[in-house]
Design a protein around this ligand. Structure first.
Ligand code: P6P
Length: 338
């Protein structure tokens, strides 16, 4: 059944990321366009990585890279490709004076000392899923530098705390590729149209359903989980809440953001602060989640209130629909009360 001619002619192509950024920038008369350009640069790198992720099975970009990252984890070749692409896009875009990446221990100076933003990022999260064709993602967090423009960035620019983020988001390389970000005025999602090479506005105002529907955690750690986590999970199971765990943070997070749910990476016996990194995984996702009406806690405090001390420090993460996060916190309180 073909669409009537008038529908074909009248149906709009949609709002591109570029047009959306320009419209949003116009709403802030003092905006200089630097953050807009930074978001464009991230989107460009996302398009390039999208191409490489989608070809991973055909090109020689899969498999292990010849070294480990700062966490001692075997780097994947696509990890490094993503790292190089994002750093190059940020260097050439001129809006970031320094980058912190999961793939490098120290700061990466872009040479743009007169730029006013810094970017912390996980260029490609979920890399263990690359070779088996499961969705993976990029995470990014943007701060306005606190050191003088023109000087070299320092650790202080990155260790400002989660509530000082000016923007944050992710690129999800899934059945479609999406860019989801916030600048502190709600959460917006764009879907990539590869035939046009453009991100189009597809989710103008993302809000997480208050009532969660699924729980996401690696139950292989059941016997290492704190008692409050087991009590919470047992409560979910008694109510027949389905478990969904892709093992790729951005993919699990995105499903929960759209359909409601909770993702948990709690402390375990082996990883007493959990596995996920505060600056470029927990902070950006917590900023997005609070902007989308959800909650993000370590189990003892809001993730955004955690004081950063180290570039690659880890942080327990419980994030998602308010009702489920509050239920988890009630289990924490009950366990503390003994
Ligand atoms: P586990 C991938 O390595 C990652 O950082 C996240 O994307 C994912 O949610 C988590 O680790 C999976 O960790 O211990 O369950 O395999």
């Amino acid at each position: 059944m073909t669409a009537p001619d008038e529908d074909l002619i009248a149906s709009p192509v949609g709002i591109t990321l570029e047009r959306y950024i320009m419209r949003k920038q116009a709403e802030f008369p003092f905006a200089t366009g630097e953050l807009s350009q930074l978001l464009r640069d991230i989107a460009l790198a996302g398009k390039i990585i999208n191409r490489e992720v989608n070809r991973a099975g055909l090109s020689d970009v899969t498999g292990a890279f010849s070294r480990q990252n700062v966490q001692g984890e075997q780097q994947q070749r696509l990890d490094m490709a993503a790292h190089v692409r994002f750093v190059r896009a940020l260097r050439n875009g001129g809006q970031a004076c320094a980058v912190l990446s999961e793939e490098e221990e120290g700061l990466i100076y872009t040479g743009n000392d007169h730029a006013k933003y810094v970017v912390a990022m996980d260029p490609l999260d979920g890399s263990s899923n690359i070779d088996v064709n499961v969705s993976i993602g990029t995470l990014f967090s943007i701060y306005c530098r606190v050191t003088p423009v023109g000087s070299k960035a320092t650790a202080a620019d990155f260790l400002q705390g989660g509530r000082r983020q000016v923007a944050a988001g992710y690129v999800l390389y899934g059945s479609s590729t999406m860019l989801v970000y916030t600048t502190g005025h709600g959460v917006t999602g764009f879907t990539y149209e590869p035939s046009l090479g453009e991100f189009f506005l597809s989710h103008p105002d993302l809000r997480i359903p208050a009532a969660g529907r699924t729980f996401s955690c690696n139950e292989g750690y059941w016997y290492e989980y704190p008692a409050y986590v087991r009590a919470f999970l047992e409560s979910c199971k008694r109510r027949g809440l389905p478990g969904r765990y892709i093992g790729s943070l951005v993919a699990d997070y995105h499903r929960n953001l759209l359909t409601g749910g909770i993702y948990l990476y709690p402390p375990t016996a082996a990883q007493t602060e959990g596995k996920l990194r505060l600056l470029y995984e927990c902070y950006p996702l917590a900023f997005l989640m609070e902007q989308a009406g959800g909650e993000a806690t370590t189990g003892t405090q809001a993730v955004l209130d955690v004081v950063p001390t180290d570039f690659h420090q880890r942080c327990p993460l419980v994030i998602g629909s308010p009702d489920l996060v509050q239920e988890l916190l009630a289990c924490v309180a009950a366990a503390s009360a003994g």
